[in-house]
Design a protein around this ligand. Structure first.
Ligand SMILES: Nc1ncnc2c1ncn2[C@@H]1O[C@H](COP(=O)(O)OP(=O)(O)OP(=O)(O)O)[C@@H](O)[C@H]1O
Length: 858
């Protein structure tokens, strides 16, 4: 029976023969003991999928079975549930729970793991089971469930009127930050930046504990929260000022929150306290260590709204939503996953502080100038594993022995790294010069204790080296000597019985046995006790053999247990050093990002931009960092940019606003984005694609690029465009960079042209933001003759008799034609249509000189 068939059958109304799918419809007193316990547990977690350990499986029952079978395409079956009848069931093998759970969590479900906590063979009555783990998208720790290249954020929000608090943590790395603000639009934008896997929201909803999957709505969810995330609806109590504050003080063992910088920020405190409470509630058996809470202010960073991040394709492309072809793709030369995550964070949160930017630039420069240092560092960094997450798993008790070996290997690279950077001067390299002694000692201890290549399982022995623990060695010796005794037994018994083919064997049911061919069974001595008869062989045991076997099995259990205890102690020691390891990990990650950026700058021939506090933007021979890498070397045509120069006798040479015209596909959008990306790269401290640059720090970059229907919100292309334009006009300042592509295209020509004109005029005269305005409306070129801070630029083409050659060069002046009709001709429009189009254009141009009626407009 397929999953689909079984599901159809089970979703039919319940009758006496169909399996039960609804716990509420089941007569609990008629259920057998285990199912009664299951239903009790399910009552506690009504909104999660409950995976219940039964023998070698994790099973789901009732309605959860239907959901799991549907989502994982597993066969839905049923089991006898006692007098009440059969119960719907879907199960997964216990060793594969991580794989299946990952899929469920990725689909936005919360999963509760209820495991057996006593040995089934020793249980009296029902095996004892407890909830050992609750997994939600934002509270994952397991290696296989996390993406190495990005943080997995859990966020918590508190909203009070137009004010908000937002805390976020990555519990796999320990990062924990909080902020507050006073415009709900900023909260939306900050959530869009973080892209949290899960957002915790305090509500008074009746269905507390439920997890809304992306796209699911609830009247209890504030409107400003974007629908694309998972939301956990929680009680408001832990988010009250008193509770939240107390929770933070307790968590970080503090008397006051002053040191955390959020004492005076009640909403930041409430969201952070609520988040800690939630994490503690989710992590039953594995307490999570978070780094000390840090407070930040969103206005301390360059603000990029969601549209701008999207349009500039910072982490993924607009068209396909993929990493390949994004800015991050083109810049990432990091060697560690910690560095990869840090680069992503930097790109989504560029700096405003010139000192901070210069410190990063200094480091890049030093690494560019010293090629051996850079190469050696990169080589060494490649040998450093994900220290942040390994430490997280150690501290929460989920790390295995392989994790600790990887951690020790990585820690032992740190002194080598320190040695390599011993003579460096820049701040980010100096931070690596001193490795706390305790880490070297820890690495040594781990290496000394754990075998080089340990097994994944922790309770089956083989983890700890000899010579570490006398008791362990003693037990090992006993087991080995007993095993030797058994090995000798074969030889001795062969000699004794004269049966040369006698063998000693082992199986799970009988343990050790002596195997003799049936033809020789009459030669066995009296002390052999027959245990099993097979086609060609007889199997025997002897009292001596059984005695040894009992000794071996007990000693081996003891041995494994002792090894496990030694391992757990080591793991705890690592956890205790969590903060020290994570501090140095952060330094390694930053150095890795900068080393990668230095490598990139050398490979691609980037320059160090001079960062200034004024508004000037000068880029000589700038290039688009992504398009350049996608074209064969030397094919990209560089272009310069001069904007916003304040002290100049010829303001027209350094305009605030550039009207950029040029035919389709000539390279206007590419140029526009290139300017935005160079500014953004400069503000993360990177060198930039160009031969020389001087850049005033921007407070925000705005883009309005291309026309895309927002079908999800039912808005037309034109309305989306107008909303975005309104947002820019309402928020841009003289320190912003505004990149506008084709404003006014989505409506009638004259409406569009009029809006485009008015928008450009407003930006140039009222806001004075540095702006590039790409347009097909050549009429806008008139603005330059009226406003002193507007200039015209065009992307040039060469006209040949039967084709247009794109030169991709941006030069002063306005294009007087758009070549749209030529493009139509090349595309095969009939000649008569082309001729008529030219006639109509001539007529329109005659009557549409805006400049002529300009006095009337003013
Ligand atoms: N400076 C450049 N050097 C080399 N190739 C370029 C350059 N600029 C753009 N191109 C190439 O030209 C193509 C078209 O560029 P782009 O999309 O920017 O044109 P456009 O003028 O904005 O067109 P439209 O007006 O139709 O949107 C790009 O895909 C790119 O490959």
């Amino acid at each position: 029976m397929t999953a689909a068939e079984s599901q159809t059958q089970l979703t039919e109304p319940h009758n006496s023969t169909a399996p039960l799918v609804d716990t509420k419809l089941a007569d609990r007193s008629q259920l057998s003991k285990m199912y009664q316990h299951y239903v009790e547990m399910k009552d506690k977690y009504p909104h999660a999928l409950l995976l219940y350990r039964v023998g070698d499986f994790f099973e789901t029952f009732f309605q959860d079975a239907v959901t799991v079978s549907r989502e994982l395409e597993l066969v839905l079956t049923s089991k006898h549930g006692g007098e009440a009848g059969r119960v719907a069931m879907t199960g997964v093998p216990h060793h594969a729970w991580e794989r299946y759970t990952t899929q469920l969590v990725e689909k936005g479900y919360a999963v509760v793991i209820c495991d057996q906590v006593e040995d089934a063979s020793e249980a009296v009555g029902l095996v004892k089971r407890e909830v050992t783990r609750i997994l939600t998208p934002g509270t994952l720790l397991e290696e296989g469930m996390l993406k190495t290249s990005r943080n997995n954020y859990l966020a918590a929000v508190v909203i009070a009127g137009n004010h908000w608090g937002l805390a976020h943590a990555d519990i796999s790395t320990g990062e924990f930050l909080t902020t507050q603000g006073s415009d709900l639009e900023h909260l939306t934008q900050e959530l869009m930046r973080l892209q949290p896997a899960e957002v915790v929201v305090p509500t008074n909803a009746p269905d507390l504990g439920s997890l809304l999957r992306p796209g699911e709505t609830s009247p209890h969810l504030p409107q400003c929260l974007p629908p694309s995330f998972c939301y956990s609806l929680r009680s408001q109590t832990p988010f009250t000022q008193g509770e939240a504050r107390a929770k933070l003080l307790e968590k970080f063992n503090l008397r006051s929150l002053e040191g955390l910088g959020c004492d005076h920020l009640p909403l930041a405190v409430r969201s952070a306290g609520g988040l800690v409470e939630y994490v503690e509630d989710m992590q039953k058996a594995n307490p999570v260590t978070l780094q000390k809470l840090r407070t930040y202010t969103i206005t301390d960073y360059l603000i990029l709204d969601h549209q701008t991040r999207r349009n500039l394709e910072i982490t993924q492309t607009v068209r396909d939503g993929i990493f390949h072809g994004s800015l991050l793709w083109s810049l990432d030369r990091t060697s560690t996953s910690m560095g990869g995550r840090a680069l992503r964070r930097w790109l989504l949160q560029p700096l405003l502080d010139i000192k901070g930017i210069r410190a990063r630039q200094d480091t890049i420069q030093e690494l560019m100038e010293d090629t051996p240092l850079r190469q050696n560092m990169r080589q060494l960094l490649r040998q450093i594993y994900d220290l942040e997450r390994l430490t997280g798993r150690a501290a929460s008790g989920t790390a295995n022995a392989k994790d600790l070996v990887a951690l020790a290997d990585s820690l032992s690279r740190l002194p080598q790294l320190a040695h390599l950077v011993a003579d460096t001067q820049s701040p980010f390299l100096k931070a690596l010069q001193k490795v706390p002694d305790v880490l070297g000692e820890l690495a040594q201890k781990l290496h000394a204790h754990i075998v080089e290549s340990p097994p994944i399982h922790l309770k089956e022995g083989g983890l700890i080296r000899p010579g570490i623990n006398p008791q362990l060695d003693e037990r090992k010796a006993t087991v080995e000597s007993d095993q030797q005794w058994i090995a000798n037994l074969e030889v001795e018994e062969r000699a004794k019985t004269g049966i040369p083919t006698l063998k000693v064997g082992f199986n799970k049911t009988f343990g050790y046995y002596l195997s003799v061919p049936r033809s020789k069974s009459d030669q066995v001595p009296d002390n052999y006790i027959r245990k099993q008869t097979l086609t060609n062989e007889e199997r025997y045991i002897t009292p001596d053999l059984k005695e040894r076997e009992a000794r071996i099995l007990t000693a081996r259990d003891d041995l494994n247990q002792l090894e496990y205890e030694i391992f757990v102690e080591l793991r705890q020691e690592v956890g205790e050093q969590g903060e020290v390891i994570r501090n140095i990990s952060r330094a390694v990650a930053a150095a890795d990002v900068l080393c990668g950026l230095a490598e990139l700058a050398v490979q691609q021939g980037y320059c160090r931009p001079e960062m200034i506090s004024g508004r000037e933007m000068m880029i000589v021979d700038g290039r688009h960092p992504v398009v350049e890498q996608s074209l064969p070397a030397g094919f990209f045509v560089p272009n310069s940019t001069h904007l916003g120069r304040e002290q100049t006798k010829h303001p027209e040479e350094k305009p605030d606003l550039v009207i950029l015209t040029g035919p389709n596909a000539s390279g206007k959008s590419c140029y526009l984005r290139q300017v935005g990306l160079i500014q953004l790269m400069a503000q993360i401290g990177s060198f930039v694609p160009g031969t020389w640059a001087k850049l005033g720090v921007c407070d925000r970059i705005f883009t309005r690029v291309g026309a895309v229907d927002d079908l999800a919100t039912g808005q037309s292309t034109f309305m989306v465009e107008m909303n975005e334009t309104a947002n820019i006009l309402n928020h841009a300042t003289a320190r912003s960079l505004v990149l506008l592509d084709e404003i006014g295209r989505g409506t009638a020509t004259f409406d569009g042209l009029s809006i485009a004109w008015a928008v450009a005029e407003y930006i140039a005269t009222e806001i004075r933001a540095r702006t590039i305005f790409a347009t097909h409306y050549h009429e806008l070129n008139e603005l330059a003759s009226i406003l002193p801070n507007v200039a015209n630029y065009q992307v040039t083409v060469k006209e040949l008799p039967d084709q247009i050659v794109f030169l991709h060069q941006v030069q002063p002046g306005g294009a007087d034609k758009s070549y749209g009709i030529e493009a139509g001709r090349l595309a095969g429009l009939p000649d008569v249509v082309i001729q008529r189009a030219k006639q109509v254009m001539g007529q329109i141009e005659k009557h549409s000189k805006i400049a002529m009626g300009l006095q009337n407009m003013e």
